[in-house]
Design a protein around this ligand. Structure first.
Ligand code: AMP
Length: 566
């Protein structure tokens, strides 16, 4: 065997601390602006942030925290949370962001499973901490992220963040870190079974930050003022707290106020150019700007993901407000970014209609992610935009296994996402459903996402969810559950009629039910499992007819030639 000729380049580890160190040294005066839980707006610079992150590292080390220990956070998007991102990982501890919107029992499970040694929390979550503390005996201390003046009254013996920092001088050098050691821990929302932990490494986090910042991904730059609406407790706010210091972008944190008015006012005040969040948040923002009759003066683009973005929303951003809305897809197990819908030069020469149809999909992979769709027996399916199958991914920021699970979830080296998708000739991926949300009508599949997208394009519909209902003849048929806009009196028949010509006839929901609100998961996605439980006994009118008269054939089944309308 011949010995390989090694490159002669510096072996500098990809450490998370290098991102903030870079921003502090080269973008030292760039601002980080935060709306605080205390009620005011706080502003300082990357240089200040690094100094305080070092003070936090010193304080945690003084408390006995060691490399590899997990430090939990229950916090909104804000500067202290950012300091915790770096003040923990910077000396080798693991930053474990916890979603406070989960049920307290799930949070206690997560804290215990992660074996968090300390948990830092925002004032909002003091009552939650009082509930959690007795259930989490291994936590050595709870730290309120505030100053002495705002220290909350609690039954838990919590220490004060600012008091801890004041005792430290910030004279601290980030130690050399093995890039393969763990940096961050995030748990999946766990709508089925217990939440599972994705343990990122320094290497995967830095590579993801680089990939996510690329021009055809989020395209972050030192010319940007970025407002992540996506919470820092949900998959590291899609990597923005890492990508912003890497590129030198100004950061604007909204704190706990995520309603349309608060977001709009902060965007205008801080000249925000780029934002990112889930569709439900944008619904609130768009409703506000429409009702208030205001326009965006600085916002150039927004990344929309976490659940399928209705095409009507993309159109509204672009056509009514001149804001580029970029549809993206990813998951906790992928750090999270996988694809974004952005066109290449050749695609931009196509007709506006063809461009629009590409942009409605979940998009093209960014470098670092490889994807394929597979059918029965793991057979790879063609990229024709029609064939749909299980979406598998792999890459340096995709998990290899779950934290503290012995068995690998990989199939032939690929991670099975649980999503069902098509990929077209352009390499644009379109999610047709979560595999468990697809509706099986006869021997054909119906995409619940497509049915919902049509429904929310109707002016009288505020939100819609489509689920499968048992059917004696077709196995399952779609039921549409709708929240109407205030003052609308749309009927079931009108809504069903709205589908004519938009989807195959046999995709039209058999029934429409109006409700006051739909259940959501802790990450703002439609909670289909809960909805299915809620409508578990529901009998569709078409099912009743079949039961009464087996020969009645109300539903025209699909032929199988066009499983998914493009
Ligand atoms: P999470 O791990 O909580 O971020 O959830 C990841 C899951 O959210 C994915 O596997 C998808 O099912 C769903 N998801 C994320 N982005 C999108 C999107 N743009 N369209 C449809 N589903 C999405």
């Amino acid at each position: 065997m011949t010995t390989p000729l090694h490159g002669q380049m510096m072996d500098v580890p990809l450490a998370v601390s290098s991102l903030l160190a870079h921003a502090s040294r080269y973008f030292g005066t760039t601002e980080i602006v935060s709306k605080r839980v205390e009620g005011d707006v706080h502003r300082y610079t990357y240089r200040d942030c690094e100094r305080r992150a070092k003070q936090l590292a010193q304080a945690l080390i003084a408390l006995g925290v060691e490399a590899g220990d997990r430090i939990g956070t229950l916090a909104w998007n804000g500067y202290r949370h950012l300091e915790t991102y770096y003040g923990t990982t910077g000396f080798g501890a693991v930053c474990h962001t916890i979603n406070p919107r989960l049920f307290p029992e799930q949070i206690a499970y997560i804290v215990n499973h992660a074996d968090d040694s300390y948990v830092l929390f925002d004032l909002t979550f003091a009552p939650l901490v009082d509930m959690l503390a007795p259930q989490c005996p291994n936590v050595r201390g709870w730290i309120a992220m505030t100053d002495e003046a705002h220290r909350p009254r609690m039954s838990t013996d919590a220490s004060c963040y600012e008091a801890l920092l004041t005792e430290m001088d910030g004279q601290f050098d980030w130690p050399l870190i093995d890039e393969r050691s763990a940096s961050n821990l995030c748990y999946t929302s766990g709508t089925t079974g217990n939440p599972k932990g994705a343990l990122y490494s320094h290497r995967s986090t830095v590579l993801h930050a680089l990939g996510a910042s690329l021009p055809d991904a989020m395209g972050l730059s030192a010319r940007d003022s970025v407002l992540p609406v996506v919470p820092m407790f949900h998959v590291n706010a899609w990597g923005i707290p890492h990508g912003a210091p890497l590129t030198g972008a100004k950061l604007v944190f909204p704190g706990k106020d995520l309603d349309g008015k608060s977001l709009y006012e902060l965007m205008e005040a801080e000249r925000v150019t780029c934002s990112a969040g889930v569709p439900t948040v944008w619904l609130g923002l768009l409703n506000y700007v429409r009702e208030a009759g205001v326009r965006f003066s600085s916002l150039e683009r927004t990344i929309i993901g976490g659940s399928a973005c209705p095409p009507a929303m993309l159109r509204m951003f672009k056509d009514d407000y001149g804001v580029e809305a970029i549809h993206g897809w990813g998951m906790t197990e992928m750090s999270p970014l996988g694809t974004l819908a952005r066109l290449n030069w050749e695609q931009m020469q196509r007709s506006p209609d063809k461009q629009r149809r590409l942009l409605e999909k979940q998009g093209h992979v960014i470098y670092g992610v490889d994807m394929k769709i597979v059918g029965d027996g793991g057979r790879e399916l063609p990229w024709d935009g029609v064939a749909f199958g299980d979406l598998h991914v792999r890459g340096p920021w995709v998990i290899d296994r779950y934290f503290r699970h012995d068995t690998s979830p990989l199939v032939d080296g690929w991670f099975a996402t649980g999503d069902v998708a098509t990929i077209d000739r352009d390499g644009f991926m379109r999610i047709t459903d979560r595999s468990k949300d697809l509706i099986k009508s006869g021997c054909e599949w119906i995409s619940s996402i497509d049915i919902e997208n049509v429904a929310v394009a109707h002016p009288a519909v505020a939100e819609a969810a489509c689920i499968a209902c048992a059917h004696p003849k077709w196995t399952e048929r779609p039921l549409l559950v709708v929240v109407k806009r205030p003052d609308s009196d749309v009927t079931q028949d009108e809504l069903r009629g709205f589908y004519e010509g938009k989807v195959a006839k046999w995709w039209i929901p058999d029934d429409v039910v109006f409700v006051d609100e739909l259940p959501h998961t802790a990450t703002g996605k439609l909670h289909k499992l809960k909805l299915r439980e809620q409508f578990g006994d529901y009998i569709l009118p078409s099912a009743r007819k079949v039961q009464n008269c087996p020969l009645t054939d109300e539903v025209t089944a699909g032929s199988g030639s066009t499983p998914v309308p493009e």
